[in-house]
Design a protein around this ligand. Structure first.
Ligand SMILES: [Zn+2]
Length: 344
């Protein structure tokens, strides 16, 4: 497996040291599967200040569409041919159609009654139960034989730096026959990889990272946790690969519990850096895509400048689709590893 690094060096005349030459190293890294590139550059200490959450929660609770007193009154229902119940309810969790759909089949899953749950108080049991509610929805689509029930995706934007406009914890849940950009790229690259190598890319990736160690985090059940070699996020990305399975609908209750547990370990580690926001996506094949492995990617998000509300995504990421990570993934891995060591 090729972990390609293109090393760069910038030379500056430093005015603070009599215009002496200062050399700044950076890297361009190529994702071993797709060739997608990321820059390890713009180095900074990965430490942020958290905002006043109590104030943020108070300010946004009134009128929150996902709080229990409003959620069933103002959210829509699915038509009976898709979901006879209209909405899915499990304890204090509710799944209903997204008023602003991203796909033909697009839902929101509210993860509980509580308006604001700090990242470190998101219990693995709550996360697993919320994922399970999404799977119940996907199974209903399968039963209905819906033609768009092909790729079953769960996305999570947690807190405003990640793109979320609602504080109340919720998941974006959708199914479609057309895979999103990067997932499509992975699907076709993984197919080509199996043709040329005779093996599954993610099986080889996990084996290579486990033996190299520098980006390996640990194993929980049959889920393997890694730091991404070529991350998209400024503070690195985590990848969790589930052995043996190709798609979301093959996840077992144990897998959901193990993925949820790993996510809470990642959240605890990033909370130590003052990060309070993240994106998380399921990457899934369609049924029978045995060149693929179900995996999820967790990407911590932060304001580049909190006082100004400057996002951590600029022109390089937005328009060139170039990842930017402000520390070496192997150094970030060292900070995350203690949280995962119990499972090793
Ligand atoms: Zn709320």
């Amino acid at each position: 497996m090729d972990f390609t690094i293109i090393s760069k060096e910038t030379v500056l005349l430093n005015p603070l040291q009599d215009m002496q030459r200062r050399r700044v190293a950076s890297e361009i890294r190529l994702d071993p599967l797709t060739g997608r590139s990321s820059r390890i550059c713009h180095f900074m200490k990965l430490q942020w200040e958290k905002p006043d959450f109590a104030q943020l929660a108070d300010r946004t609770a009134a009128g929150c569409p996902f709080c229990p007193e409003r959620v069933t009154a103002i959210t829509p229902c699915f038509p009976p041919e898709i979901l006879p119940e209209g909405r899915l309810v499990s304890e204090d969790r509710v799944l209903f159609p997204n008023l602003a759909p991203y796909e033909a089949l697009s839902a929101v899953a509210v993860m509980g009654a509580e308006h604001f749950i700090p990242m470190t108080r998101l219990a693995p049991e709550r996360i697993a139960a919320s994922f399970d509610l999404c799977l119940t929805f996907f199974r209903a689509l399968q039963r209905a034989n819906h033609p768009e029930s092909v790729y079953h995706m769960i996305n999570w934007n947690y807190m405003p730096p990640s793109g979320s406009s609602i504080i109340h914890p919720h998941l974006q849940v959708f199914a479609g026959s057309f895979a999103p950009n990067l997932m499509r790229l992975e699907l076709s690259a993984a197919h080509a990889y199996r043709e040329s190598h005779g093996s599954n890319y993610w099986d080889d990736l996990v084996a290579a990272e486990r033996s190299a160690g520098g980006r390996y985090l640990g194993r929980i059940g049959r889920t393997s946790w890694l730091s991404a070699f070529a991350p998209m996020g400024i503070a690195g990305d985590l990848v969790a690969v589930v052995d043996d399975i190709h798609c979301t609908l093959e996840l077992t209750p144990d897998d959901l519990a193990n993925l949820a547990l790993g996510l809470t370990r990642a959240m605890a580690a990033y909370d130590d850096m003052g990060i309070f926001s993240f994106n998380m996506n399921f990457f899934t094949g369609a049924a029978g895509d045995d060149h693929y492995r179900l995996h999820l990617v967790f990407s911590p998000r932060a304001y580049f400048n909190q006082a100004l509300g400057t996002p951590d995504v600029g022109a390089l990421q937005q328009l060139y689709r170039e990842g930017v990570c402000m520390a070496f993934p192997e150094e970030i891995n060292q900070r995350l590893k203690p949280r995962f060591s119990a499972e090793r």
